[in-house]
Design a protein around this ligand. Structure first.
Ligand code: G6P
Length: 614
């Protein structure tokens, strides 16, 4: 949460800062601000979106070859202009942007206030800015050393960038727990900093990812890195693999719609080169490396948050079905605090699109401390989770910008399918015939998704127009389709603000049935191979109470189609692969309902994509 950008180089910083903030707006959009160093520190900040900041800045002095920018998801202090970043020190000479939370800010603030510091905002960030200046003045040290000493006093998480009027040729940045990437510009002495690589890719593909407890100093056009304990590090420069097209809307009205339609490719990319359907073998290095561990596993624990947690639930069904190992799926936020029983014999699978979710990261650290082996399934290459896990597989879905996750989910489920099959193969729990069937069916999925997107798009729009004013919605599914129901409900409430709940279809009669009347749309996933007859009975129960049924059915289905008010057909596939297909119309339905309700689909209120606070 919160996006940060910074520029240091021979050109004006403004354009990069504004463009970069727009690219990072998915991380929060409560307020935005920039500081430009041009002899003086010029600061523009404002409650609201980056476009509003731009309107304020335009026509004013936008000169400055060093600059920092911030887009905020409020934690401490309401989302107003005073609390917007950058924050300044007591003298106003230092400006700082911050993503994270300084947990001991209140204690530091109290001490600083006793020394005469006056604070303008309610934020934890402003306290850090004052602390750095206080140390610099008191200890008579340079800015870099003052930052280093200050960070040694701080408890919490941060990615920060600092500029000082007194040091115009210096820019300092640091990270602990929140992401920070430095791009090495094409011109000499040119550097681009950001929370992730998306703002940088337009300018350079040479980047270095900063590690926890590291401080970057750019001084007189040279970059150096050291730890907060004063150990010098050599930055590892790597080439970015993402393209500029992948982070633009490409003619679609919203990133979410583009990402939904990218799924034939993202699903294909998530499985590409990972199995050989002819020889019935896997090419996943992580599986080979951990084969002996996998053979002796007693249990797998899956940890994740949000949509990734729903993918984890599908993973539980997959792994238990194919490899017959017990699986527990845990919300990372609960798992980390309840002193769970974790042993060296456990494999913990952490799933995260961003690779930065604070609760998932903390849960990983805790499980690691207890000796478990951690396997990461992440989308953002180079993010924190893949760098802290023992092994893992990237989903390769490409950048996901829409706050509501779509293509990341189907890619996660695809990777979990491969993992389940791979574990089953290592443990001798799957026959060659079954593996052959699964591989050949997996190979058809991208094309089936493509066909489905073409065939159901208009229908989803029509159904959305009918139900766009609903105030509640129920999603039902059984077996593999239960997590799909949860994900469908989450998608709707996230972006359209309609209250929606997902339930195992059979559980409906233990509560939600009381809500059903002629106003209540009930979306039921009733595919042929997933407890079809049982779900059919559940549909009858809803109809008997005059509920409206929107059914997701297998192509050619007649029984459900006859009794449902509306139905959407999906191609037939293995029951275990149904979630990938059944999710697609639910994404489109939510999308069109949100658009018809005039909601901001890509940036729903109060949400952020990368949740770097617990
Ligand atoms: C936020 C996002 C969700 C996402 C969840 C977990 O709530 O809005 O789309 O599923 O975080 O994020 P992760 O990056 O760990 O998958």
């Amino acid at each position: 949460m919160c996006g940060i950008v910074a520029y240091y180089g021979p050109n004006n910083a403004y354009e990069y800062l504004i463009k970069g903030l727009r690219r990072l707006e998915y991380r929060g959009y409560d307020s935005a601000g920039i500081a430009l160093l041009n002899g003086d520190l010029t600061i523009y900040k404002n409650q609201g979106k980056v476009s509003e900041l731009e309107a304020i800045a335009e026509g004013n002095n936008l000169e400055g070859k060093r600059g920092i920018g911030h887009t905020r998801w409020a934690t401490h202090g309401e989302p107003n202009t005073v609390n917007a970043h950058p924050h300044q020190s007591q003298s106003g000479n230092i400006a700082l942007i911050h993503n994270g939370i300084i947990e001991n800010y209140a204690t530091i603030k109290k001490v600083l206030m006793q020394r005469g510091h006056e604070f303008k905002s309610e934020t934890d960030t402003e306290v850090l800015t004052h602390l750095i200046e206080e140390i610099q003045v008191k200890e008579q040290v340079d800015l870099l050393e003052a930052v280093r000493l200050a960070l040694n006093e701080v408890v919490g998480a941060y990615a920060i960038v600092i500029l000082s009027k007194n040091d115009p040729n210096t820019l300092i940045a640091a990270r602990k727990g929140s992401p920070l990437v430095v791009g090495i510009g094409k011109e000499s002495g040119e550097f681009y900093l950001a929370s992730d690589a998306t703002p940088i890719i337009e300018y350079t593909n040479q980047v270095t990812y900063i590690d926890d407890n590291e401080i970057v100093a750019i001084q007189d056009g040279e970059m150096s890195v050291k730890t907060i304990d004063n150990v010098v590090k050599s930055p590892f420069i790597q080439e970015l693999q993402i393209s500029i097209d992948s982070i633009e809307k490409g003619g679609y009205d919203h990133f979410m719609l583009k990402e939904i339609f990218e799924q034939p490719k993202s699903i294909y990319d998530s499985m590409r080169g990972r199995f050989d359907a002819e020889n019935l073998t896997f090419s996943m290095r992580s599986l080979e490396e951990y084969a002996s561990k996998i053979k002796n596993l007693d249990r797998i624990i899956i940890i994740a948050c949000g949509t990734s947690w729903h993918a984890g639930l599908v993973g539980e069904y997959l792994i238990e079905e194919f490899s017959r190992i017990p699986v527990e799926v845990e919300y990372a936020s609960e798992f980390r605090y309840r002193n769970p029983i974790v042993t060296e014999d456990d494999l913990v699978i952490a799933i995260s699109q961003s690779g930065e979710t604070a609760d998932t990261l903390a849960a990983i650290e805790m499980a690691k401390d207890k000796g478990a082996t951690i396997y990461g399934i992440c989308n953002v290459v180079g993010s924190s989770i893949p760098r802290t896990t023992h092994a893992g597989a990237y989903t390769h879905a490409g950048p996901e910008i829409g706050v509501a996750s779509t293509k990341a989910f189907t890619a996660q489920v695809t990777v979990l399918t491969l993992l389940a099959l791979g574990i089953a193969e290592i443990r001798g729990k799957i026959t060659q015939d079954r593996l052959r069937t699964m591989f050949s069916e997996l190979n058809t999925i991208p094309q089936k998704v493509d066909n489905l997107l073409q065939s159901c798009n208009e229908k989803c729009k029509e159904i959305a127009a009918i139900y766009k004013n609903a105030s509640n919605c129920l999603y039902l599914g059984r077996g593999y389709n239960f997590p799909v129901a949860l994900e469908g409900a989450l998608k709707l409430k996230e972006i359209s603000y309609i209250h929606a709940e997902g339930y195992p279809a059979a559980e409906m009669k233990h509560g939600p049935i009381a809500l059903i009347d002629e106003e209540m749309p009930v979306i039921v996933i009733a595919t042929k191979r997933n407890y079809y007859e049982k779900v059919l009975s559940n549909i009858q129960e809803v109809k008997a109470r005059k509920g409206k049924i929107i059914a997701i059915v297998t192509e050619g289905d007649e029984k459900v189609a006859e009794i449902a008010d509306h139905y959407i057909e999906i191609p037939d596939t293995e029951d275990s692969l149904t979630p990938i297909l059944a999710t697609i119309p639910l994404q489109l339905l939510s999308y069109y309902i949100a658009v018809m309700r005039d909601c901001n689909v890509d940036q729903p209120r109060n949400l952020a994509k990368s949740v770097t606070v617990e």
